[in-house]
Design a protein around this ligand. Structure first.
Ligand code: SAM
Ligand code: SF4
Length: 530
């Protein structure tokens, strides 16, 4: 072991009190005790003041990982920086789901390379799915110092410390991602259970992962190759985490999994499924809303989950159920295990069981071989499904996936674009119709903070800022009110609607403002003044 490897643990875990041991290691490695002490002092001082800026790309899973990374860095003594101007370390948490997401990261790295010409001491780390997918290729770039896969985020503070202490380049990824070891799973579980995930972006709301990875191998999807096999977390760990969050003021929790409805954990004779988790989480008093994403269209556990949604008042009537296509041929080529008819039958059951359920969908247009008839079948399904909103993506070939290996990316980009626009138009009309039903009604929202876009007429604002909140069914609501409402429930009367946003007037507000709310507000205010 080299002397500075000893310092690779978080600074809080060891102190200079252990210097006798360090010095003996140093001397046995040919360092004079004087040099060594000077070096340790330098590292200690730079560690305790090192400023880290984190950029996050991608889905809710990534947002959660960013929150975990943030928490572990803070715990290790690092200071979080809002911008890259004065930071010592830049970490980018990346997404590989579509080529476009990777391109954005690469162009960001290009900017950092430029900045590093004048600030060569700045450390750049790439974390997450792209790190796992591209590994050494990323590390070979001049500007990249650390490459850390999603399974290695428990080591992130250590990796940054090592690099600050002079280590040139570090690659930490899983060599055989589909054969993740038990040890790795245990490390991830320990890290996630212990972490005080610090997401400053939305006060009093939190994500809790219930399963990692995916075994579904949809033919277009890179997730199983970067996130590894599906592993469900123990129910006790999930519930303990929710209780901890509730103690910190969290009121709304979203359970996360790539096929969250397939959650299954065997313990003795009992098999826990998502409905059990929802029931247990409902018993945590301070938690008022529970959601879960993303669901995979499958029979397994489906009715039990709908029953939980209908019976448990805290479980929000919101279902994100991606269909991807309305053509049976394309669904088969995508390795999705259902037909359009079966999908619509599941939706009909959901609507019968949970009266006011809001449904969101995902679609991919321009999958290899998608004909005009296939695309019409998708349009047809969207019309029948009547989603609250749908995320529509142009097919992006992902290296290593079956679709990429077996098929040419044979739908021209202009056809993909046209289909994307056409499908979006159909969906926008439906979203508009569904939104307009709220006109004149009062809705309850959990306030997120300042609205980023200027939507409302300033003349009506009465000097109050424009806030944004979400209903239990995930409708976005914009209204004027005091910023102190962030993180609280409020009632808003809807006065205007658009396809994706409801606008209204604040009616009543819930009361208590906790310390957690105040600190989140402060953080929000600071990030909004950037
Ligand atoms: N696990 C979820 C599921 O099965 O629906 C979704 C996970 S994926 C991160 C989110 C969405 O990205 C998918 O629902 C799909 O619509 C889209 N997506 C995934 N791979 C894609 C690709 N290669 N090209 C375009 N869109 C893609
Ligand atoms: Fe990807 Fe399919 Fe797994 Fe979702 S279910 S993460 S789309 S492989």
């Amino acid at each position: 072991m080299g002397p500075f490897n000893y310092l690779s643990r978080p600074i809080s875990e060891h102190s200079l009190l252990n210097r006798h041991y360090i010095v003996s290691v140093a001397e046995s490695n040919g360092y004079s005790a004087f040099d060594f002490h000077a070096r340790i002092l330098y590292i200690y001082l730079s560690m305790s003041t090192a400023r880290v800026h984190i950029n996050s790309f991608g889905c809710q899973m990534n947002k959660l990982d960013t929150a975990l990374v943030t928490a572990s860095l803070k715990q290790a003594g690092f200071v979080l920086a809002d911008g890259i101007e004065q930071c010592d370390v830049v970490l980018i948490n990346t997404c590989s789901v579509r080529g476009h997401a990777e391109q954005r990261v690469l162009s960001h790295l290009g900017n950092l390379k430029h900045i590093k010409q004048t600030r060569p001491e700045m450390i750049v780390g790439v974390v997450g799915c792209m790190a796992q997918r591209l590994g050494g290729e990323l590390l070979a770039r001049d500007e990249v110092d650390i490459v850390c896969g999603p399974a290695q985020i428990p080591q992130i503070a250590e990796l940054v410390t090592e690099t600050l202490s002079g280590k040139k380049k570090t690659l930490a990824v899983t060599e055989k991602i589909r054969q993740a070891s038990e040890e790795q799973t245990r490390a991830l579980e320990e890290f996630e259970s212990a972490a005080d995930a610090d997401d400053r972006t939305v006060p009093n709301q939190a994500y809790v992962r219930v399963m990692r990875g995916c075994n579904n191998f949809c033919s277009y999807c890179v997730v199983p190759f970067v996130r590894g096999p599906e592993v469900c977390r123990p129910p006790k760990a999930v519930i303990e985490q929710i209780k901890k969050l509730a103690d910190r003021g969290v009121k709304s929790v979203t359970l996360l999994g790539q096929r969250v409805n397939a959650y299954e954990y065997k313990q003795g004779r009992k098999t826990y499924c998502l409905a059990d988790l929802l029931e247990m989480a409902s018993e945590v008093e301070a938690i008022k809303w529970l959601r879960f994403v993303t669901s995979y269209p499958s029979e397994k556990f489906f009715d039990g989950i709908l029953q939980a949604m209908a019976d448990l008042p805290k479980v929000c009537s919101y279902l994100h159920l991606p269909a991807q296509s309305g053509s049976d041929g394309i669904l088969q080529a995508m390795n999705r295990h259902y037909t359009a008819g079966q999908y619509l039958a599941l939706l009909a059951r959901a609507r019968a069981a949970v009266g006011d359920i809001a449904v969101a969908g995902d679609f991919i247009v321009g999958f290899p071989g998608e004909t005009e008839a296939d695309f019409s079948a998708t349009v047809d399904l969207v019309k029948k499904a009547r989603y609250k909103n749908a995320f529509i993506f142009k097919y992006s070939p992902r290296p290593g996936t079956t679709a990429e290996k077996e098929n040419q990316n044979n739908i021209p980009d202009e056809v993909k674009k046209r289909r994307n626009t056409e499908l979006l138009d159909v969906q926008t009309k439906i979203s508009d119709e569904l939104s307009s039903r709220f006109l004149g009604k009062e809705v309850e929202v959990l306030v997120e903070g300042l609205s980023k876009k200027p939507h409302l007429d300033k003349a009506d604002s009465r000097g109050q800022p424009q806030l944004v909140g979400r209903t239990a069914a995930d409708y976005i609501v914009v209204f004027n009110g005091p910023l102190s409402l962030a993180g609280q429930f409020a009632k808003v009367k809807i006065t205007k609607t658009s396809p994706l946003t409801l606008f209204g007037e604040l009616k009543t507000i819930a009361t208590e403002v906790t310390d957690a709310v105040l600190s989140s507000l402060k953080a929000n205010e600071e990030s909004n003044t950037d």
